[in-house]
Design a protein around this ligand. Structure first.
Ligand SMILES: Nc1ncnc2c1ncn2[C@@H]1O[C@H](COP(=O)(O)OP(=O)(O)OP(=O)(O)O)[C@@H](O)[C@H]1O
Ligand SMILES: [Mg+2]
Length: 254
């Protein structure tokens, strides 16, 4: 059984792409077959793997625009040792959102593309843009689980409630299979009383749905994409990499 996990939060810069890339690398290290999907026209995930989003004949754009395209047609292998692939974003993905406004099955295009794929994967991880538009909606409809990175900063909670309302609405109307996998506190500043309070508040509202694992604040995360690598691959024993490796274990073993 393939697990399809969408990483979503309409707030920008909270660690969505970092979470997809590092969780993907950690699952791959555990021997899992991993497919990464980039649904963000900013294409940060795509760029992490050295793929140029300005020069891509086949990308998620094709999958969204052509109802009959299997995701297998746009895959590119990434990482060492095979068994890991990315369905990249190209910059015209932003146009797809507009082009699809009145199209049939517009929220189901990613799901259809995934259902058609015959290449086996254990995990599909979907990165989404910082908005609740059609691209994120396709992610929520195409997945069965949603993982929400929450930056442990001022006002972080504000957007999370709105996001959860959207998730429940999608579950009711479009994708009854959708479950909340959990919330992942990110960019946690150890010495900050404020960060502690944000995590407390998150736990008081969402209880067990908040992972015990927290990703601490570290400049290392911003440095490694330049080397076209994830922190998990570049420095597997770094604190930040360990957090994502623990998260991967928890997701696999429950
Ligand atoms: N734990 C962390 N500590 C410090 N910096 C981090 C951490 N995680 C990610 N970053 C950095 O913060 C920035 C934003 O992270 P990222 O791109 O993953 O967020 P995002 O939610 O995908 O953003 P967007 O909404 O723009 O897609 C990046 O420069 C990234 O390297
Ligand atoms: Mg991103």
């Amino acid at each position: 059984m393939t697990r399809r996990i969408v990483v979503a939060n309409q707030k920008g810069g909270v660690g969505k792409t970092t979470t997809v890339a590092n969780l993907g690398a950690a699952l791959h290290k555990m021997g899992k077959r991993v497919l990464l999907i980039d649904m963000d026209p900013q294409a940060a995930l795509t760029a992490t793997y050295g793929i140029d989003p300005y020069n891509l004949p086949r990308s998620m754009y094709s999958v969204l625009i052509n109802e009959n395209t299997s995701i297998a047609r746009v895959l590119k292998p990434v990482g060492k040792g095979g068994e890991m692939a990315i369905a990249p974003a190209s910059i015209d993905l932003a146009a797809a959102e507009v082009q699809l406004v009145n199209a049939s099955n517009r929220a189901h295009r990613l799901k259809l593309g995934l259902d058609r794929n015959r290449i086996p994967f254990d995990f599909v991880l979907i990165d989404t843009p910082p908005s609740l538009g059609l691209l994120t909606l396709n992610g929520l409809v195409g997945a069965t689980e949603v993982l929400v990175p929450v930056q442990t900063h001022f006002l972080a909670m504000r957007g999370v409630r709105g996001l959860m309302e959207t998730v429940w609405r999608v579950k009711k109307k479009l994708n009854p299979e959708l479950q909340l996998l959990g919330m992942l506190p990110t960019m946690y500043a150890e010495n900050s009383q404020h960060a502690k309070e944000v995590v407390q508040e998150l736990r008081s509202v969402f209880g067990k749905k908040v992972f015990d694992i927290m990703v601490h604040n570290s400049m290392k995360f911003a440095e490694v994409p330049v080397a076209r690598q994830t922190l998990v691959d570049y420095a597997p024993d770094h604190d930040g990499a360990l957090a994502y490796r623990k998260l991967a274990e928890e997701i696999v073993n429950g």
